[in-house]
Design a protein around this ligand. Structure first.
Ligand SMILES: Nc1ncnc2c1ncn2[C@@H]1O[C@H](COP(=O)(O)OP(=O)(O)OP(=O)(O)O)[C@@H](O)[C@H]1O
Ligand SMILES: Cc1cn([C@H]2C[C@H](O)[C@@H](COP(=O)(O)O)O2)c(=O)[nH]c1=O
Length: 203
C-alpha cells in the first residue's frame, strides 16, 4: 500500500478523538496498516514534553520550541519510519496546530514558526488534513462536560476564535490538502463528511 500521512485538526472539543478510532478501523478494513498517534506526544520523550506544554507556565517561544522538539522526536522515531514501511499514519494534530495555537492564538511570529517547521520536517507535509471546524462557544460547551481543563482549555473564547481563524487561514492557503469538516453537526453527519473526504481520494 502507498504510505499516507493523515492529520486531524481543530480547536479543543471539536470532536477529533470521537472519530479517530473509527477512521483507523475504516482504513484497516480497506487494507491499510494504520499507525494512530498524536501530538504533542507519540514517543516517550514527546509525551513528557506534552505534559510540560499542557501544564507548566512558559513564554510563547518556549512553548513553540517544545512542541517542535516533541515533533522532531516523533517524526524521527515514529512517523518517518512508519511512512517508509508504507503504513498509513493517522495523527491527532501536527504542525497546522502550531500555526493555529502558537501563531494565531498566542500571537507568536509566523515567520519564525515557518523556519522551525523547515528545520524540523523540511518538505514533509500531510497528504490529507481534516480540519474539524466549529464555533468556539460550541466547542467550549462540549468540553465543559468532558474533563479537567489544561493550560489551553482554560483560555477564553477569544483565544479559540483566533485559533479557529488561524486554522481557516491555513485551510485557505492549502485547499487541496486541508478539508474542512463542519464539526457543528451531529456525530453521524460529521462521520459522513469524513467518509466523503476519504472516498474522494479512493481511500
Ligand atoms: N458532533 C458532535 N455533536 C455533539 N457532541 C459531540 C460531537 N462530537 C464530539 N462530541 C462530544 O464533545 C466532547 C469533545 O469531543 P472530543 O473529545 O472528541 O473532542 P476533541 O476534538 O478530541 O477535543 P480535544 O482536542 O480537547 O482532545 C465529547 O464529550 C464528545 O462526546
Ligand atoms: C500539536 C500542538 C498542540 N497544541 C495544543 C492544542 C491542544 O490544546 C493541546 C493538545 O491537546 P489534545 O487534547 O491532545 O488535543 O496542545 C499546541 O498548542 N500546539 C501544537 O503544535
Amino acid at each position: 500500500m502507498p504510505a499516507r500521512f493523515i492529520t486531524i485538526e481543530g480547536i479543543d472539543g471539536a470532536g477529533k478523538s470521537t472519530h479517530i478510532e473509527a477512521m483507523a478501523r475504516r482504513l484497516r478494513e480497506r487494507g491499510d496498516t494504520v499507525l494512530s498517534t498524536r501530538e504533542p506526544g507519540g514517543t516517550e520523550l514527546a509525551e513528557k514534553l506534552r505534559g510540560l506544554v499542557l501544564h507548566s507556565t512558559m513564554d510563547p517561544l518556549t512553548e513553540a520550541l517544545l512542541v517542535f522538539a516533541a515533533r522532531r522526536d516523533h517524526l524521527q522515531q515514529v512517523i518517518v519510519p512508519a511512512l517508509a514501511r508504507g503504513e498509513t499514519v493517522l495523527c491527532d494534530r501536527f504542525t497546522d496546530a502550531t500555526f493555529a495555537y502558537q501563531g494565531a492564538g498566542r500571537g507568536f511570529d509566523a515567520g519564525v514558526l515557518s523556519q522551525l517547521e523547515q528545520w524540523v520536517h523540511g518538505h514533509l507535509q500531510p497528504d490529507l488534513t481534516l480540519w474539524f471546524d466549529l464555533p468556539a462557544a460550541m466547542a467550549a460547551q462540549r468540553r465543559a462536560a468532558a474533563r479537567e481543563p489544561d493550560r489551553f482549555e482554560q483560555q477564553a473564547l477569544e483565544f479559540f476564535d483566533r485559533v479557529r481563524a488561524g486554522y481557516k487561514a491555513r485551510a485557505d492557503a492549502a485547499p487541496h490538502r486541508i478539508v474542512r469538516i463542519d464539526a457543528s453537526l451531529s456525530k453521524d453527519e460529521v462521520w459522513s463528511q469524513i467518509v466523503a473526504a476519504l472516498e474522494s481520494r479512493q481511500w
